[in-house]
Design a protein around this ligand. Structure first.
Ligand code: NAP
Length: 301
């Protein structure tokens, strides 16, 4: 049985991760800004809750830290102030977390840190693998700086894995939850040209990947957390509409999205054709590698 410290445990990814971790027989401590009662309701009754990073040295020895904390990137326009909040909640938070871990008499052996495929920027039709260079733009810089901060844990003797997470799909959160109402009404459609690549992952596959990387002692560095079969936005739209037995003929022009969302429209319009080369080479197997089977499993739940 391992003891994992999870930050962001109450989030869309974190809450499923907590359930799978507890089901695998591990012990969890969750850092959260919320009342402990709310955290145990979301993450599981047996979870230990800390609300201050300074409590970490007083916890029983931690085997690994899974760091997913970060303010939601899709909420609101990216004003200068909002950008600072997005950066602080990831980069500064990770620095404080590592400063505290440095004070522990017995340090965790591994840090599994969040990142995103936004790391690669807007790549058109080019395939992005873990060794591809970082792109440009706010999201790319954010991911790059977050990963760089996380990597400093190696100076504490910790093994570091950064998971470049694709668009996480499940029904009760994330991008799909936002899309489903319109698609169910037959008002779904393509975004921009529809030609941009959409790299996605089923939420269960992502959580299993995080736990797999925590267990595989030889894994370190960047791992793409998206399936080997990305699709174009138009293909995603067609498959989702087909599964819901609804038409999806509307097109939202890129200019309208940019007007509405400003710079953050890049999250919907940038093209990222991500291939999880290092993830597959590590021996990880996706349970839902293809979009139709993933959506079928999600929508039937
Ligand atoms: N979902 C996706 O499709 C996706 C794709 C790529 C990357 N990611 C990244 O993966 C991570 C987790 O994603 P998610 O979808 O689970 O996010 P989420 O549902 O928005 O949850 C974020 C979590 O971060 C914590 N948090 C937020 N602001 C914080 C702050 N200032 N200080 C400390 N903790 C803070 C929250 O914890 P409390 O409220 O309990 O304190 C919450 O549990 C995020 O960094 C996200 O950018 C997600």
């Amino acid at each position: 049985m391992a003891h994992l410290l999870i930050t962001g445990g109450t989030g869309f990814i974190g809450q499923r991760l907590c359930k799978l971790t507890l089901a695998a027989g591990h012990r969890i401590s969750v850092f959260s800004r919320r009342p402990a009662q709310q955290v145990t309701r979301i993450c599981g009754a047996s979870v230990a809750v800390i609300s201050d990073l300074h409590q970490i040295p007083h916890l029983p020895a931690i085997d690994a830290v899974i760091n997913l904390a970060g303010e939601p990137i899709m909420e609101g326009r990216w004003s200068t102030a909002r950008k600072q909040i997005l950066r602080n909640s990831r980069i500064d938070f990770t620095r404080h977390l590592l400063d505290t871990l440095a004070k522990c008499s017995s340090r965790p052996r591994a840090l599994i840190n969040g990142s995103a495929i936004g790391y690669y920027g807007d790549c058109g039709d080019k395939e992005c693998i873990e060794s591809s260079s970082a792109g440009t733009g706010f999201a790319a810089q954010l991911c790059r700086d977050w990963e760089a901060e996380a990597q400093t844990a190696s100076t504490l003797g910790m093994r570091v894995c950064c998971v470049r997470i694709g668009v996480v799909l499940d029904r009760d959160g994330g991008a799909l939850q936002r899309m489903l109402p319109a698609f169910r009404l037959g008002a779904g459609g393509t975004l921009g040209s529809g030609q941009q690549w959409f790299s996605w992952i089923h939420r269960d596959d992502l959580c299993h990947l995080i736990l797999y990387l925590q267990q595989q002692k030889e894994c370190r560095g960047a791992f793409n957390g998206s399936t080997p079969h990305p699709v174009r936005n138009a293909e995603f739209t067609r498959i989702l509409a087909q599964q819901l037995h609804r038409p999806a003929v509307l097109k939202t022009p890129a200019a309208a999205l940019k007007l509405l969302l400003g710079e953050s429209a890049s999250l919907l319009l940038d093209s990222q054709r991500v291939i999880p080369t290092a993830t597959l080479a590590s021996g990880f197997q996706f349970q839902y590698p293809e979009l139709p089977m993933a959506l079928d499993a999600i929508l039937k739940k």
